[in-house]
Structure formats: structure tokens, C-alpha cells
Design a binder for this molecule. Structure first.
Ligand code: NDP
Length: 526
């Protein structure tokens, strides 16, 4: 059993040791206790937010260069202790060490990008004031919001929350992080490592507990909440945030489709499909959950995918490429989806109802599954995938877009694929690969529809944690001052003439006769 430490300034629960006030994080592969953590209540959360607020000014005032330096040091610590962090992830999620390391690797790369690009994206820029206000110097910059609350999931307990935490910090905010109750040890490890770099300020604090602790964070006066989890909880988070008009980002999972065209490299498509569907035991928000294949290549594709699926198994042995289901309750969801698919005419080419065990789910390839079954419409979050034959890519696009989610998608084709990508109603698309968009730090990550809104990663991900500050400065006295009661009708006529020259040619419709100046003057005198 590992011990976890709360940040030195974190509030310790009054009844430590009392069962009502602590909970254990469990290794889902073995059932062993990994660590014991406090259940933070509303007062604890408010206290953490107050500490974060007290440090926010110092952090914002450090400026881009100072913050970049701190984040660079932190990234160095994460890199040098990669194996240690990966091990905590492995213990709390059950995923193989290699997958844990991959998630941490991508996180470090994102942190580097956020730290080094914050100034370019958010720093003050002069903008054109336009002709009408040519006497003004205009500028815009993106200022930190203050304190950001991050509510994270368990499936990628480093990569996913750090997509908000790293970018929010780089933008000049301090952060209070409520991890999933399944992965609190990972969260503490991250916060403790940053505290080693900056011991005297509360840049990143962790509050642990269940849904109530997350709900308390939404109501604790933070300036924004970044939530990742289910659509249903996302709605509850939004409702809580609405009470105080706290803005929110919702990253709520998906039902990502992979499209395989008749001219695709089928080996590459099958290899990517297997990884996209089964890696991390399918517990990936942007994982491949359904596949639409051109009818001319469907049979061969299914053969190739099945071959690969048979080489992957879930377990704890050294050859196991995937681990257990991290959240025990997820097994029931996977079982329901598979049973529904099979009872409605679906066929398991690999796996079947017996592939859903007590802790592990073995890879499953399902064909002939009706499009309105839960296995096609709802997020399964397990190592299962449905494959359906389509007439052409138009039908594949139509079926993809019929879903309520719109997170990511993938296309395999010999053509450029870009036109097809634009027709898919998803926030992100990979052409001839799967999920690559998540690893590119300069690309925004997020979806549409039931997948939520807002973006992490990339320039948009930095701006999410800021507000735009616009400033104008008068450079010289304008020949025509628009913002004064001294404005004369003659000047208004000049402005109208100027406007006609500037924008009048945009329309071919005849202009209506202008009222003579005298009538306007007459009206004013009355
Ligand atoms: P939830 O949406 O229930 O939880 C996500 C996070 O929100 C957790 O930290 C959770 O805390 C917290 N939370 C729960 N209730 C509230 C609340 N009322 N207010 C504020 N925060 C709250 O996801 P689950 O972990 O239960 O997984 C359920 C489903 O969500 C899965 O089946 C999967 O489909 C989807 N999911 C999607 C993910 C994605 O990456 N998009 C990630 C994880 C899950 P706690 O864990 O302590 O309850």
C-alpha cells in the first residue's frame, strides 16, 4: 500500500480515520487498497479555493516568462520521475505500464507546448482600430480568470485533467482539482510534484471525495470549471455552475466512428481500428466504438480486424496488452450493450457474452448490430467495437452524424480525406490514423452535441482559461468625434458619406433617397 500526502497547507479532515471521512482507492486488477484519502466537504473545498485565490495574484504577476520557467521545471520533474508516476497510474487504473507511460509522455509534451506558447497566444496584440475610429490605438490581451476548478475522470487520470490543469496554469490561473474517486493518488502525486518546484504558493491543490465534493467545487466561487466525464454528470455540473454564472467546459465522451473506404490500406486500417477500439480496455472518450466499411472491402477488413483482436487479451500477465475495467460499474454497462446487440441479431466475430468477466472484458468484434441498439448509440467504454457494411462513404457519413455524440472520428482512405473529414460532425478527425489529434498539442480538443463544448489543448485551450481584455487609447483628436453630444448634423452627413464609400458597394440594391439636411435640422430645432 502506498501512502499519499496532501499538500502541506491542505485542510486535514477533522475525523481522520473515521470511515465517513475517508475512502480507499483500489487497484481494479487485484482489489488491493492503493491509498486512503479524505472525503473533503464543502468547507474544505472553499478553504482550498480561498488558498488558490490568495496565490492567484502572485502567479498572474509572475508573467509569461516566470510561469514558463516554473512549468519547465515541473515538466523536468515529471520526466525524470516518469516511471514513478506511471506506476501510480498503473496501480489505480490497472492499465499496463506501457500505456501509463504513453499517457504521461503526451502530457509532458502538452505541458511544454502550453508553457512556451502562452505568451504568443495570450499576450497583448495591437489591432487595427478601423477608419471610423482611426485616432484610437486598439489592443487585446487575454488575462487569467483567477481560480479554475478541474473535475477529472479516471480513464486517463494524468493526460485528461492535465489538458485543463497545464493550460490553465500556463494562462496564469491557479487550480483546484477534484479527481475521480478512483484515481486520487495520481492527483496527489501531480500536485505534490508541482509543490516541490513552488513550495510557498498554492498553484495546484487537490480535493478528494465523491460527487458531492465535485458539486461543492462548482459552488465554491471558482472562476471556471473544466469537467470531463459523462454527459449526465456534465449536465449536473452545468446546473450547479449556472447558480453563480460560473462558466464551464464540458468534455463528455463520445461514440467515435472509423470510416474505411474501398481504396483504404486495409492492413493499416485494421491495425489502427484494433488499437483505437481495445487500447486502455476501450475506456477512451475518443476511442473507436463503431466502424463503417465500404461494402467492397467489408469482408476482408473484418477478417483482418478479427485476426488482430485475437492477439490482444485483457489480464495482469506480462503479455496482456490491456488491463481490467477501472470502474467496476462499467462491466454492467458493457454487458448490457453486448447482450442487447446479440439478442437483436448481432453476431460476435470475436468474443461474445462470455467475454465480459468479473474484472476484465476481452476484446470483442460485433457485426450486424442494429443501428438503434445501445451498442451503437450509447458510449460503451469497453473493448468492444461494432462493424457495419455501407454502400459508400456518403452512407458512412450519414450514419456517423446520426449519433448524438460528436467528439472524434477517423477515416481510412487513399484520397486526401479532407472533404470527408469536414462533413463529419465531430470536433476532431484523424485521416489514416486514430486519435492522433489528441497528441498534437497545438490542436484544440473537444466535441459537439452530447460530447460537450469548449476546448482544451492548443490556442483555444489556452484562451478557455482567460478573458479577453480590449483597450483603446486616444492617440490624437479626431476630426469627427463620434462620442460627443457636440456632434453636428454636417458631421453625421460626412460619416454617412464615408460609410457609403466604405461599405455601400457591398450591395447592388439601389439606395433610398436621403432626407434633406434641412428636415433633420428642422426636427432638431423642434
Ligand atoms: P462521472 O461523469 O460520474 O464522473 C466524472 C467526474 O465528475 C468524477 O470526478 C466524479 O467524481 C465527478 N462528479 C460526479 N458527480 C458529480 C457532481 N454532481 N458534481 C460534480 N462532479 C461530480 O463519470 P464516471 O466516472 O461515473 O463514469 C460514468 C460514465 O462516464 C462512463 O461510463 C463513461 O461512459 C463516461 N466517462 C467519460 C469519460 C471521458 O473521458 N469523456 C471519462 C470517464 C467516464 P466521482 O468519481 O468521485 O464520483
Amino acid at each position: 500500500m502506498t501512502t499519499t500526502s496532501t499538500p502541506p497547507s491542505a485542510t486535514e479532515p477533522t475525523g481522520a480515520g473515521d470511515e465517513r471521512r475517508t475512502f480507499a482507492s483500489i487497484n481494479p486488477a487485484t482489489g488491493d487498497v492503493v491509498g486512503v484519502h479524505p472525503v473533503h466537504d464543502e468547507d474544505d473545498v472553499r478553504a482550498a479555493v480561498a488558498r488558490a485565490r490568495a496565490s492567484a495574484g502572485w502567479w498572474a504577476d509572475l508573467g509569461f516568462a516566470g510561469r514558463r520557467e516554473v512549468l519547465t521545471q515541473w515538466r523536468g520533474v515529471l520526466t525524470r520521475r516518469l516511471a514513478q508516476l506511471g506506476d501510480v497510474v498503473h496501480q489505480e487504473t490497472g492499465k499496463p505500464h506501457g500505456d501509463a507511460q504513453l499517457e504521461c509522455t503526451l502530457t509532458i509534451d502538452h505541458l511544454a507546448w502550453a508553457g512556451s506558447h502562452a505568451e504568443k497566444v495570450l499576450g497583448r496584440k495591437r489591432v487595427s482600430p478601423g477608419l471610423l475610429l482611426a485616432n484610437q490605438a486598439a489592443s487585446v490581451e487575454y488575462l487569467p480568470l483567477g481560480v479554475v476548478g478541474v473535475i477529472g475522470p479516471w480513464n486517463y487520470p494524468v493526460f485528461t485533467p492535465m489538458g485543463s490543469i497545464g493550460y490553465a496554469l500556463a494562462a496564469g490561473n491557479t487550480v483546484v482539482f477534484k479527481p475521480s474517486e478512483l484515481t486520487p493518488g495520481v492527483a496527489h502525486w501531480l500536485a505534490d510534484s508541482l509543490r516541490e518546484v513552488v513550495p510557498d504558493h498554492d498553484l495546484l491543490q487537490v480535493v478528494t471525495g465523491f460527487g458531492d465534493t465535485g458539486a461543492a467545487l462548482c459552488r465554491a466561487g471558482v472562476d471556471k470549471v473544466a469537467f470531463t466525464g459523462s454527459t449526465a454528470t456534465g449536465k449536473r455540473v452545468m446546473a450547479a455552475c449556472a447558480e453563480t454564472l460560473t462558466p464551464v467546459i464540458v468534455e463528455a465522451g463520445g461514440k467515435d466512428a472509423l470510416l474505411v473506404d474501398e481504396d483504404a490500406d486495409l492492413d493499416a486500417a485494421a491495425d489502427a481500428a484494433a488499437w483505437g477500439a481495445f487500447a486502455n480496455a476501450g475506456q477512451t472518450c475518443a476511442g473507436v466504438e463503431r466502424i463503417y466499411v465500404h461494402e467492397r472491402v467489408q469482408d476482408r477488413f473484418v477478417e483482418l480486424l478479427a485476426e488482430r483482436a485475437r492477439t490482444v487479451h485483457a489480464g495482469v500477465d506480462v503479455d496482456a496488452k490491456i488491463g481490467p475495467m477501472t470502474m467496476p460499474g462499467q462491466l454492467e454497462i458493457v454487458r448490457r450493450h453486448v447482450d442487447d446487440a446479440l439478442s437483436r441479431g448481432g453476431r460476435a466475430v470475436v468474443g461474445g457474452a462470455e467475454a465480459v468477466g468479473d474484472r476484465f472484458v476481452q476484446p470483442m468484434v460485433l457485426v450486424d448490430v442494429p443501428e438503434d441498439s445501445a451498442a451503437v448509440t450509447e458510449e460503451t467504454f469497453g473493448p468492444t467495437v461494432t462493424v457495419r457494411k455501407v454502400r459508400d462513404m456518403d452512407e458512412a457519413v450519414e450514419l456517423t452524424n446520426a449519433g448524438k455524440y460528436g467528439l472524434g472520428s477517423a477515416i481510412f482512405t487513399a484520397k486526401s480525406g479532407e472533404d470527408l473529414a469536414r462533413r463529419l460532425r465531430t470536433g476532431m478527425t484523424s485521416i489514416n490514423s486514430v486519435i492522433s489529434f489528441a497528441g498534437v498539442p497545438s490542436l484544440p480538443f473537444g466535441g459537439v452535441g452530447d460530447s460537450g463544448f469548449g476546448r482544451i489543448h492548443g490556442p483555444d485551450g489556452l484562451r478557455e482559461f482567460t478573458y479577453a481584455k480590449s483597450v483603446t487609447r486616444t492617440r490624437f483628436k479626431a476630426p469627427i468625434n463620434l462620442t460627443t453630444f457636440e456632434r453636428t448634423p454636417e458631421q453625421e452627413t460626412t460619416v454617412a458619406t464615408l460609410l457609403l464609400a466604405l461599405h455601400g458597394r457591398a450591395s447592388q440594391l439601389p439606395k433610398l433617397p436621403r432626407r434633406p439636411l434641412e428636415t433633420i435640422r428642422g426636427r432638431r430645432r423642434n
